[in-house]
Ligand binder design. Structure first.
Ligand SMILES: Cc1cc2nc3c(=O)[nH]c(=O)nc-3n(C[C@H](O)[C@H](O)[C@H](O)COP(=O)(O)O)c2cc1C
Length: 420
């Protein structure tokens, strides 16, 4: 019986372990987590979601305070079209976050950044160009284009000196999305270096409708693999979503995957950005505690714990400080939902908004507990203490478990001590 360690992914000049830790915004996949993946010979992701905010927390910069100061006059205004990102500051924050992470990299692995198109930031093209370019400037090994079709994203950086040298990949959830991307980018004569095929069991936003349960990762993966073979396109495929054990990973590697992308198992590691108390919520969750809902203003369904404080909360929109989901017209579906509730409940101090959430504020504060479908199995990957809490794992333990375990088995950590 094989284990993941029997496989390698030749990416660039070197062979890597075919384990990719997926991007988890906002700073759930921290630099520490990505650095562990790289140190252990795999690939880790940091996220480019709300990087100015992440930079403030990580480096004591003042990007958010300064932006809020600039737009304070607009806080009570329903129209947010004035609220813009300073592109210079955005570039600076991205260079800091990426540059410091890359400077700390050890080992043979790689560090990529997950870049979401749905962060439209009141100027989608301009802000995306800055985020992509600044990450390349700061030496990121690769960029994974996520949450969107990214039909124009390669063109935004085609003149960057590292455009043909950095590893560039895209996440798709269907063959059609991949075909569109390839067609739109044909003139650039630059194929993606890898394609993450993300199925319906993943965490975060889903590339499916509310009928997600009718879709199956293995089927989508097989369809894309066979089409690429017919087209004679040698693009490595990286399946993601619900790959919970080393055995699950081997099954995909034997079907021709170059690597697997995983995330949920790492949400309960010390290096992950989720606060301790939230990690315990993830451990405790049962299958019935998890739902896919439509409260993300992006329009994509999102999977999360039903007990997320973000659900039903009616906080005033914080676009002057954040504003990452404002569209080209300065609109966000949460602002509309919030204003509707305020108008419908005159005199009420704090309204409840059920259909949408202020994703920026709640993701920033770790109050939107997005998670993968198999979060309810995390309790089986560790020890339960006498007081009922679960022992947090180390990223190295989880990574090694993916690397060496066989069949569907999952190795528990040594009890107590260094792992807690
Ligand atoms: C907590 C959490 C947050 C996530 N956030 C993002 C994100 O910001 N961008 C993205 O492209 N994918 C995101 N994902 C998806 C992962 O990168 C990954 O592809 C997927 O969850 C893998 O499936 P698994 O969690 O079942 O292992 C997130 C997943 C989790 C669990």
């Amino acid at each position: 019986m094989k284990c993941v360690d029997d496989f390698r992914w030749r990416l660039g000049a070197k062979e890597r372990l075919p384990i990719v830790i997926g991007g988890m915004g906002v700073d759930i996949s921290t630099a520490e987590l990505a650095l562990e993946a790289a140190r252990l010979g795999g690939i880790g992701h940091i996220s480019d979601a709300m990087v100015p905010t992440v930079s403030d927390r990580r480096f004591k910069t003042r990007f958010v305070k300064d932006k809020l100061k600039l737009y304070k006059y607009n806080v009570a205004n329903a129209d947010k079209s004035d609220v813009r990102f300073d592109l210079g500051h955005l570039a600076e924050a991205t260079r800091l976050h990426v540059g410091r992470t890359m400077a700390e990299k050890r080992g043979d692995g790689l560090i990529f950044i997950n870049c979401m198109e749905k962060l439209t930031m009141n100027a989608p093209k301009e802000t995306l160009r800055v985020r992509l370019s600044a990450a390349l400037d700061a030496g990121i090994d690769g960029i994974t284009l996520a949450a969107g079709l990214h039909l124009g994203s390669f063109a935004l950086i085609e003149d960057h000196p590292r455009f043909r040298q950095a590893h560039l990949g895209i996440i798709v959830s269907s063959l059609r999305a991949l075909q569109l991307f390839l067609r739109k980018n044909a003139r650039l004569e630059r194929l993606p270096d890898y394609v993450v095929v993300e199925g319906p069991l993943a965490g975060g936003h889903l590339g499916f409708g509310m009928d997600w349960a009718k879709h199956d990762l293995a089927a989508i993966f097989g369809e894309i693999r066979d089409w690429l073979a017919v087209e004679k396109l040698a693009i490595p495929l990286v399946p993601a979503g619900g790959i919970f054990s080393g055995g699950d990973a081997v099954a995909f590697l034997e079907l021709g995957a170059a690597a697997v992308q995983v995330a949920t198992r790492f949400t309960v590691t010390r290096e992950c950005g989720l606060p301790d108390a939230v990690q315990q919520e993830y451990f405790r969750a049962t299958e019935q505690d998890i739902e896919v809902n439509n409260i993300s203003p992006t329009g994509y369904p999102m999977r999360m714990l039903k007990s997320s404080p973000a659900i039903g909360d009616g906080i005033r929109p914080n676009c002057e400080a954040y504003g990452y989901l404002l569209d080209t017209n300065g609109r966000c579906a949460y602002i509309e939902a919030y204003n509707r509730e305020v108008e419908g409940h005159p005199g009420v101090k704090k309204v409840s908004v059920k259909d949408k959430t202020c994703l920026c504020t709640h993701m920033r504060n770790f109050e939107c507990w997005t998670c993968g479908h198999y979060t309810y199995r995390l309790k089986d990957t560790t020890h339960r203490r006498d007081d009922g809490s679960y022992q947090v794992l180390s990223a190295e333990h989880v990574f090694r478990d993916y690397q060496f375990s066989k069949g569907g088995s999952i190795n528990l950590p040594p009890p107590g001590g260094a792992q807690s």
